[in-house]
Each structure stands twice: as structure tokens, then as C-alpha cells.
Design a protein around this ligand. Sequence first.
Ligand code: 6Q4
Length: 273
Amino acid sequence: SHECYGNPDYKWSLDDFELGGRLGRGKFGRVYVARERKTGFVVALKTLLKREIVKGNVERQILREIEIQSHLKHPNILQLLCWFHDGYRIYLVVEYAGKGELYKHLKASPGGHFNEHQAAKYTYQVADAINYCHTNQVIHRDIKPENLLLTFEDNIKLADFGWSVHSPSLKRNTMCGTLDYLPPEMVENKVYSKFVDHWCLGVLCYEFLVGNPPFESKTSDETYQKIKSVDVMYPETVPQGAQDLISKLLIHTGRKRLTLSQVMQHPWITANK
Ligand SMILES: CC(C)NC(=O)[C@H]1CCC[C@H]1Nc1nc(Nc2ccc(C(=O)N(C)C3CCN(C)CC3)cc2)ncc1C(F)(F)F
């Protein structure tokens, strides 16, 4: 829908925005900060080159991302405000996250990992966002630090629904990027469900506290092996309470993993968020 700020019929275009600096590169094009001329509202403008989309044969994926993200409204999910296109590009008008990419903050933190309060707060907010997605029959499937942004107020925004699908799903995709977050059921190419996101939340919480994911290895075969045998080692920087939470998410059988409400109510989370 082209709906922006509630007026479904208005035809948005680039002329409605004053373009600012580049925020970086998205998957299919550049991302700019921009200001809507009438309201002065600051947004992020994701530009997608049509040529690249056609070449990558990802039209359906882009339209699914637009469809999914335009219907999700949650404080920890980056909201798609509206979209429009011209001859060359599709433009997505998205919320601007003032502090940018979470993984950069993770790498820049002392020791390369977050403190207990940050780790618990961010884990809680991601669990809340995933829980909302699942309630709306959406599996995100690509929860990792690179897909999280931080607002000026230090709150999480879950972004990039390019890999999300309606559950349950057997979608076989050549997964690009890291294998570190793949759950066993995806490594073994089995039918999987929303519980894949529970697994990823465990991997994410571990990486928040340690600075790298639990199954990271020199070769992808080694990573696969560690994932399939759930071979996790907890350094002493991982407090006991967090170990308890993570070990109840990194469980081979999906339905045995903690529910998202149990994560949000876990003693370590409530004591530290
Ligand atoms: C989750 C997804 C996979 N990731 C992305 O989409 C990435 C791809 C490109 C940027 C980001 N996308 C977004 N980024 C922001 N905010 C933002 C980003 C970067 C900085 C920052 O550190 N600089 C500008 C620095 C400032 C200093 N200079 C030197 C370097 C950049 C500050 C704020 N809001 C919304 C978006 C969104 F998502 F809507 F597009």
C-alpha cells in the first residue's frame, strides 16, 4: 500500500522528500536519511534498483517483504511507512533508527560484547518483537545482530524481513550470509516452524554476551557439526542465569525450546533488562 501517515489514496513520490546523507548500502541499493517536506519527519529511504531485483530474480521476495512489513506494527519492529516507485527504482520509506546498526555497537563495545543489562534488554525486546511476528503467523528466519538496528533511545528495531515467511514452511532457500544462526532443523533441511526463531534468539543472546556466536568455527562443516550436536561452550563472561536461558533455547527439538513469553519472564532477563 502507498499509505503513509494514514492517507491511503495519496500518491507519494520522491518530490515529497528532501534527501540527506547516505546511511549505507542495503541489499539492493543505497539507503539515505530523508526528511518529508510537509511534516519535517525524518525517515530512512531504502532505494531498490529494479534492474538488480529482476537480475536477482527476487521480485516475489521484495513484494513479500513489503506486504509483511507494512502490516506489522510493533515498537521493536522497524516500520515500513510507505513505498512508491519510478522507472528505475522502488523506494521504501522506513522508520529512521537514530543509532544505526546494532552489530557495529556490539563490535565497538568493551571486550567486543555487551554488558548484562544491554544483553538482557536487547534479548527481551527481540523476544517481544518475534512473539508479535509469530502471533501474526510470520517467521522471521534471519534473526542476527546484522538485522537489528538501535534507536536514539537505545531500543531495538528488528528489520529486514526479506527472508521472513508465513509459518509453517518448508521454503528451501540458498541461505546467503552466515551459517552460524542456522538451527538444526534447517541444517538438516527438515520441515521447520516458528521455533527456528527461538533457536536464533539463543544464538543472539550468546553473541551479545560473548561477542561471537556459539558454533562459530573455521570451516562450515565444523559449524554444521557443532549445530547438529548442539556443541556449546560457555566462557566465564556468560553469567549463570544467562547460561540457563540460552541452554533452554539451544535445544535440538524445536517444540522443547522455551516459549517467547518464558524468555521474557526468565529471572535473568527480568533481573537485568
Ligand atoms: C537492518 C538492515 C539489514 N540494515 C540496514 O538496512 C542498514 C543498511 C544501510 C543503513 C541501515 N539501514 C537503516 N539505518 C538506519 N539508521 C542508521 C544507519 C546507520 C547510521 C550510521 O552509523 N551512520 C550513518 C554512519 C555515520 C558515519 N558515517 C561515516 C558512516 C555511517 C546511523 C543510523 N535507519 C533505518 C535503516 C533502514 F533499515 F530503514 F534502512
